[in-house]
Design a protein around this ligand. Structure first.
Ligand SMILES: NC(=O)c1ccc[n+]([C@@H]2O[C@H](COP(=O)([O-])OP(=O)(O)OC[C@H]3O[C@@H](n4cnc5c(N)ncnc54)[C@H](OP(=O)(O)O)[C@@H]3O)[C@@H](O)[C@H]2O)c1
Ligand SMILES: *[C@@H]1O[C@H](CO)[C@@H](O)[C@H](O)[C@H]1NC(C)=O
Ligand SMILES: CC(=O)N[C@H]1CO[C@H](CO)[C@@H](O)[C@@H]1O
Length: 364
């Protein structure tokens, strides 16, 4: 890893700018990324049957890409495909479904195996599937916190398994979140995989674990979103280093972005009408989610949330796609300092070791 940590002053500054655009996004100028011609490009979008993933898939289909919608529910995937093909009639032969449940390592493995047996390259991979919380099922059958498995671990494993299929100029894009600014990691989180509990400082804030064992959903969410940005950063430096070691230039690019606050079915289901079901402590712990739930009228149209993702995946802009320029965190087509940018290389590398342990893989 070559980049050194940025001062947290920049992180605070960009946190403030992000909060402004989160709640005033509708007042900002409309983002209009220039359309690209994606004829012949093979793209995969996870969680593409709804919200941002659907919009990204639609935008890609409009720009003539072949689009695979990787979804956990086949009937929802088919329904999304018919919506896309009726909006873009000439995309009928280019829009297809893949079966993928990101919260299940075995489903991720089946999806990747299936891909290797039937398809060849991938030009653009959008790791987008995610949930704000998982109150009905806090842990997966594999024993991981469901939000962590869904939002992060599945995409870590999928990206590793599909890496051999990525084309030389491939792009990998993560739908992260402004919520990553409330992530909370202790500097010494365990390096060992720990199942069936919320580990202080990694899956949950220390205080929440001490008090009861049920951590604030919003912090667990924030942690998964910060991990996506850290993953983008680390993966890019690995690609750059591997290319350098073999005397090539690396043209693969990975970025994370925040869609801001956008109208989708996936917003936290916390409205002023449901507040009576929660204890005051729970409401306080998840105050960010409650604030969003009470102000959904301020959320932008989903096309605005997806614009940055599609732009990152298609632009030839030097700041995005120049040699070694990947690993960034973006919002409104602008690069921002993320919390993980202020972390030491050592801390970031410890994430990677832990992810490998949780995913049960060794990445080179
Ligand atoms: N909306 C916002 O303001 C906002 C802000 C910041 C970040 N985000 C992020 O944007 C991404 C997309 O969310 P959204 O707002 O568009 O919500 P959404 O409409 O609910 O879309 C989420 C998608 O992820 C899928 N998904 C959830 N769990 C999955 C799993 N285990 N396996 C496979 N797919 C799964 C969902 O499938 P089902 O339909 O089957 O549930 C759905 O297709 C998420 O990562 C979210 O954290 C959204
Ligand atoms: C898939 O989605 C449909 C709605 O389109 C729903 O009726 C069905 O129960 C879902 N299947 C599963 C396995 O969740
Ligand atoms: C250990 C403990 O007290 N756990 C409680 C934490 O709070 C939840 C409700 O939010 C209870 O169901 C647990 O029993």
């Amino acid at each position: 890893m070559s980049s050194s940590p940025v001062s947290s002053v920049y992180v605070y500054r960009d946190f403030v700018l992000s909060m402004l655009s989160l709640f005033c996004g509708r007042l900002y100028p409309t983002l209009r990324p220039p359309p690209a011609d994606l004829t012949g490009k093979i793209t995969v979008v996870t969680g593409a049957n709804s919200g941002l993933g659907f919009q990204i898939a639609l935008d890609l289909a409009r720009q003539k890409a072949t689009v695979f919608l990787a979804c956990r529910n086949a009937s929802k995937a088919q329904e999304a495909i018919s919506r896309i093909t009726s909006a873009v009639p000439d995309s009928v032969d280019r829009v297809k479904a893949l079966s993928l449940d990101t919260s299940s390592p075995s489903s991720v493995r089946e999806c990747a195996e299936g891909w290797k047996n039937t398809e060849s390259k991938i030009d653009i991979l959008f790791n987008n599937a995610g949930v704000p919380s998982s109150p009905e099922q806090p842990f997966t059958v594999d024993g991981f916190p469901t939000t962590y498995a869904t939002n992060f671990l599945g995409s870590f494993l999928l990206t590793q398994l599909l890496e051999p299929c990525l084309s030389n100029e491939a792009r990998v894009i993560f739908t992260s979140s402004t919520g990553h600014y409330i992530s909370d990691f202790t500097p010494t989180f365990s390096l060992e995989a720990v199942k069936n509990r919320l580990e202080p400082g990694f899956h949950a804030p220390k205080a929440a674990v001490r008090s009861n064992g049920s951590a604030a959903d919003s912090t667990i969410y924030g942690n998964t979103k910060a991990m996506q940005i850290a993953f983008a950063k680390l993966l890019q430096s690995r690609w750059n280093a591997a290319a350098k070691a073999s005397g090539r230039t690396n043209e693969r690019v990975v970025h994370a972005f925040s869609p801001g606050f956008t109208q989708t079915p996936g917003l936290p289901k916390m409205t002023p009408l449901s507040i009576w079901k929660y204890s005051p402590l729970q409401v306080w712990e998840d105050r960010g989610f409650w604030l969003l739930g009470a102000t959904t009228v301020l959320a932008t149209d989903v096309s605005q949330g997806a614009a940055t993702a599609v732009w990152l995946a298609t632009t030839k802009d030097e700041a995005v796609a120049g040699e070694g320029m990947g690993g960034g965190y973006w919002e409104r087509m602008t690069k921002r300092a993320a919390t993980v940018d202020a972390m030491s290389t050592e801390m970031l590398e410890r994430f990677w070791i832990r992810w490998e342990a949780d995913a049960g893989i060794t990445w080179r």
